[in-house]
Ligand binder design. Sequence first.
Ligand SMILES: Cc1ncc(C[n+]2csc(CCOP(=O)(O)OP(=O)(O)O)c2C)c(N)n1
Ligand SMILES: [Mg+2]
Length: 694
Amino acid sequence: MGATQLARPETDGKMAQLSINTIRTLSIDAVQEAKSGHPGTPMALAPLAYTIWNRVMRFDPKDPIWPNRDRFVLSNGHASMLLWSIIHLTQIQAVDAEYERLGHPSVTLDDIRRFRQLDSRAPGHPEYHWVSGVETTTGPLGQGVATSVGMAIGEKWLAAHYNRPGFEIFDYNIYAICGDGCMMEGISSEAASLAGHLGLDNLCWIYDNNHITIEGDTSIAFTEDVATRFLAYGWNVLRIGDANDIDRIERALEIFQKTKGRPTFIVLDSHIGYGSPHKQDTPEAHGEPLGDDEVRLTKRAYGWPEEAKFLVPDGVYEHFAAGVGARGGQARREWTELFAQYRAKYPELASEIDLIQRRDLPVGWDRNLPVFPADPQGVAGREASGKVLNILAQNIPWFLGGSADLGPSNKTTLKYDGAGSVQAATPGGKNLHFGIREHAMAAIVNGLSLSKLRAFGATFFIFSDYARPAIRLSALMELPTIFIFTHDAMGDGEDGPTHQPVEHLASLRAIPGLITLRPGDANEVVEAFRYIMQLRHEPAVLTLSRQPLPTLDRTKYAAASGLARGAYVLADAPGGNPEVILIATGSEVSLAVQAHEKLLAAGIRSRVVSMPSWEIFDHQTQEYKDGVLPPRVKARVAVEQASSFGWERYVGTAGRLNCMKTFGASAPLKELQTRFGFEPDRVAAAAKELLGRV
Ligand SMILES: Cc1ncc(C[n+]2csc(CCOP(=O)(O)OP(=O)(O)O)c2C)c(N)n1
Ligand SMILES: [Mg+2]
């Protein structure tokens, strides 16, 4: 028995049981009221959630953004009532997107009564951007646990950088609960493998081994030995045979805290729908309300007043206040004192921590960014990006990232002296090696963003598909995660259509809130980073060319700083007043410029609009937009080596789409450009056709 338990008064056990049954019955009632939701897992895991929160976690409900708080991740997000009950019963306070405390509870009993209803702070699944106390959005199974690995890497990184002898400024732990679904999803294997490799001993996953998923018993599809799998990953594996045994749960968590050098995986045998006479251990308990009669029988089994609804018995709030409230409050006060001394001794480090917490950038963060001279041979987008990354990473101490084994190709490796690698023995490095694990990489980078670090993940653009679910979550969570995707079109010619993205831009542009950027030359790459780094609540996808792109002569053409408006007039007819507009992105910008010169030579008043980002352009004023794309000019050609899908919105029904309508092919780039129509003459011809001047 742990020291904490010995010190506990006898009444504690009674109050613990009462609190656990409060979580259970709130969950049951909320699902019943909503006529939808997942009661069974909160009923089974209430003792686990209770123990983690009220006996173990250092979390101050009064300050849910205290930097050194322990993190709790509900990866089986369908069990959201577990979290809403906890957030409510511990009275976690609300905080807004600007990190201001709002002075009222995050989730009220009314929110719980309105579980899953519009505007309730108790939605169907945990949503980070919406409810304080939620550390990450979950629901797509596996995302939560994978993100928790990023949080654990983040904590180790912060500790390595900012702790000093006698000043353990960062020493928090990450607890993640997951179910069979999370264990079946590939992303959890990717993430667990990396967590084992990195020896993340600040990370504890608790696996709800209930043998039930939606279709029935897991024996129909999932018979592997999960515990042995985690042993093979290098985790410490523990087992608790009874999910109601809170003392054993507490002991297992103490073992986790004492285990050094590897993460901990706890297999918890539980009964879904625990206490329900007819639904326990059935898949029906997973995702259906119990029904009025069964609710009554279940409450009877708990010794609960059968007719009471949304009941929080006397003493329960106080019990949580005396547990997590007191422990978390004291930990935070001690930390605040420690941090004041730290600030006196290490003012610069302390102010960095302040900046990190507010997602601000240090003074001089963009100093020494390169300016690329005009050069017809030019520079590859990925090369320019590599140069910029190496400067930014030195200017911004907490900017880090890596690739899914494509660093040398993505040019994302940070090569300056002392950059270092994130490894178990060197958790403070700046280069992350994700291995060939794109999906986990994206979730892990989200986890780093949730730790308030500025972080990027990289791979070939084609493999963004492997990361897409986590990219989507970065947008939903409003996190400034950075995704760097090189080989963004047919530039890797000979690799063929398996490696040539076509529909990827269109599909990412369809994600609300995600900013995509496809810069047209090296100086636009610089400006793209300048824009991205200042984002605080939006993720960005930067797509970059493999092959060199001419560096445009900015004395002849407009400045690359126009990128900050999403689209800008790069080249124009003398005196303006164009009759045709060529709109291009990325590698097709210089192509459009060549076509433009041909059109001018033929006496045609053409304009080139470089449009690196639809999303940024869409946010400009109507006046600006009309200035760039005057409504009266109907003759427009979009030029982009990607699916034409969506370009109609800028070229209109009368416009031409010089884009991709099929997959690419395996051949040298030059031949592909000819085959698929990405040549100056073809673009110029399209413009002439539109004007009837063939
Ligand atoms: C990626 C993903 N696929 C499918 C679903 C739909 N889904 C939600 S819960 C669930 C079953 C989960 O089973 P388990 O994790 O064992 O949860 P339990 O019922 O035991 O709580 C499924 C398939 C989902 N949320 N995410
Ligand atoms: Mg299950």
